[in-house]
Design a protein around this ligand. Structure first.
Ligand code: CMP
Length: 140
């Protein structure tokens, strides 16, 4: 089925000028960008986004990293978009990410891991509406 997923190009990948190369991978895999914006997240916005990790030991570092520079937030649309994006990203820890995945090619550490992607239809719905109003999404 056609799905939508939320993708974030994180501060490390933006700082490396890898925005275009990462989006090209999505497009070449048949995912359409139907919304996109660059934002420098506040602590409140980043903390709310990652609220499910609030009690985890890495939460403070995660929020610190995600507010360290601008990010590019996008909605990707396509057949099986959620799983397809996760395949393209590779494992959360770049050291475990399969060769040829975005994290293997662009990421250094588990915190600075280049990209975020929704992990389920429920989180995709929540994450998309956290960043975009319906009038900011352009179905194609
Ligand atoms: P992301 O997919 O954005 O979701 C939560 C982020 O927390 C994850 O990518 C990692 O960048 C970061 N993180 C740091 N440490 C861990 C950990 N031990 N397990 C999972 N995520 C972690």
């Amino acid at each position: 089925a056609t799905e939508r997923t939320l993708s974030i190009i994180k501060p490390d990948a933006v700082a490396k000028n890898a925005i275009g190369e990462i989006i090209a991978r999505f497009e070449k895999a048949g995912l359409n960008v139907v919304a996109a914006k660059m934002v420098h997240l506040s602590e409140e916005k980043a903390g709310g986004f990652y609220a499910e990790h609030k009690e985890r030991p890495f939460f403070k570092d995660l929020v610190g990293f995600m507010t360290s520079g601008p990010v590019v937030v996008q909605v990707l649309e396509g057949e099986g978009a959620i799983a397809k994006n996760r395949d393209l990203m590779g494992a959360t820890n770049p050291k475990e990410a399969a060769p040829g995945t975005i994290r293997a090619d662009f990421a250094e550490t588990i915190d600075a891991n280049a990209v975020h992607g929704s992990d389920s239809p429920e989180s995709a719905e929540r994450e998309i509406s956290y960043f975009f109003g319906n009038d900011e999404i352009c179905p194609r």
